[in-house]
Design a protein around this ligand. Structure first.
Ligand SMILES: [Zn+2]
Length: 444
């Protein structure tokens, strides 16, 4: 473990902030560090240049007839800002007496991907090889939306052909309990603009005679939900896969109660869809969200004006059975049909990605559940979905045709993306163990 922790600390000391152009060389250094580590462990490593930051791949000897697993992770990190809130330098990792490592990237994702890499190294040291064909793929642009990964997957489709993908970049439901994330929500974004007069008008001279774009937009947006908070776009729920009885029961036994959700949200009350618990809404039901709304006078005091235009930013969280492109066109049609008279509506679709659902009963998922049970002994692994979206997971399915096992090691209080990000030595060790067991279970 001393050697493993030295490796992790060396990796954490490289400030590989992908969004910061000034860190470009640090990302190269980080990619080179990983390639050297892979090579030292007995794998064949390659650094692939992209128009952005490099992608590192590594593999053992490909043996025909063996299964192939692709293990994905990322070596880039979020900016450390705001620096003033850190207890120390975010890129000088510290280890507390209770076994907590603090540094930017400790959990997301350096600690998790390095645990997989070192686990593979342990197996090679013990057995001379890994029990199946393994491809590591570690990118440097996850935190900026993986702009060059899909193209790389397409170009290298033959070299990256695999039966299943394993990723540790999701959360654990509680300490000491292995967690398989078997579903993610999809997303579809759009922007709405309503324009009226060709300039801001005096509301005393024109008010009442001319439609007010802000009022029109408010009326329009109010038609998106019914009185119970359900999405009122016709066809929105068509094809939505209902929550299975087993998963509603399984989630009810997890420590994600409505009271806990309320505590985490810091809101005055939850407002779930009728008939569902909070966690069921967040993990398994689709939504229409208003993310931004602007127009008119924003300065101090009042200004009696009819604004020339008004704007809103919307996103939809989608569940299995919903097609992002279809949802965008249904939403655009709804907005056109409900737009009040006297204004001009423009709807601009944004990025979109499908939801993901893996049947936890498939052989690969069962192998992952056995590995989680053995890596975190004493507690039955939790089966969860997450409400967010991980676009690369649908890329793996679309381009490589492979399902993804999401075996996250992030604890609820790991403060990923926030000041004082942590990773525990306990989870680092468990992650190393998890990789060793997972590869054997997948080979079986
Ligand atoms: Zn992240």
């Amino acid at each position: 473990m001393h050697q493993h922790l030295d490796d992790l600390f060396a990796l954490l000391r490289i400030p590989s902030v992908s969004t910061d152009p000034a860190r470009r060389d640090d990302l190269r250094r980080c990619a080179a560090w990983l390639a050297a580590k892979f090579t030292a462990l007995g794998l064949t490593a390659e650094v692939h240049q992209t128009p952005g930051h490099p992608i590192v791949s590594a593999r053992n000897r490909r043996v025909a007839g063996r299964r192939t697993v692709l293990i994905y992770g990322h070596y880039d990190v979020q900016p450390a800002d705001p620096l003033a809130l850190w207890r120390g330098d975010p890129f000088v990792p510290t280890l507390s007496d209770s076994g907590v490592i603090t540094a930017r990237g400790a959990t997301d994702n350096k600690g998790q991907i390095l645990a997989h890499i070192l686990g593979a190294g342990e197996t090679i040291a013990a057995d001379g090889d890994l029990p199946l064909n393994v491809i590591f793929l570690v990118e440097g642009e996850e935190e900026i939306g993986s702009p060059h990964l899909a193209e790389f997957l397409r170009r290298q489709r033959a070299e990256l052909a695999c039966d299943v993908v394993a990723v540790s970049d999701t959360g654990m439901i509680e300490p000491g309990r292995g967690t398989l994330t078997y579903g993610l929500r999809g997303i579809a974004c759009l922007e709405v603009a309503v324009s009226g007069p060709d300039k801001d008008l005096h509301s005393g001279i024109f008010g009442g005679a001319v439609a007010n774009p802000l009022t029109a937009l408010a009326r329009l947006l109010a038609t998106l939900h019914d009185a119970d908070g359900r999405v009122a776009i016709r066809g929105f729920y068509d094809g939505v896969a209902p929550l299975a009885q087993w998963e509603r029961a399984a989630w009810a036994a997890l420590p994600v109660t409505d009271a806990e959700l309320l505590r985490l949200a810091g809101a005055s009350a939850l407002a779930p869809e009728p008939g569902y618990r909070g966690v069921e809404c967040a993990w398994g039901r689709p939504t229409a969200e208003l993310n931004g709304l602007y127009g008119g006078y924003q300065g101090e005091g009042s200004k009696t004006v009819i604004p020339a235009d008004a704007h809103a930013k919307l996103s939809f969280r989608l569940v299995p059975g919903q097609e992002p492109e279809k949802i965008l066109s249904l939403a655009a049609a709804h907005l056109r049909n409900h737009c009040p008279p006297g204004v001009t509506l423009t709807v601009t679709p944004g990025h979109a990605g499908a939801a993901y659902l893996l049947d936890p009963a498939t052989p690969c998922a069962q192998a992952a559940r056995r590995a989680l049970a053995l890596a975190f002994p004493g507690k039955e692994p939790a089966l969860v979905r997450e409400g967010g979206s991980i676009p690369i997971v649908s890329d793996f399915k679309k381009i490589l045709g492979a399902d993804t096992l999401l075996l996250g090691l992030a604890l609820p209080d790991a403060r990923i993306h926030s000041p004082n990000e942590t990773f525990t030595v306990e989870n680092f060790e468990a992650g190393i163990r998890l990789n060793q067991i997972l590869l054997h279970e997948l080979a079986r």
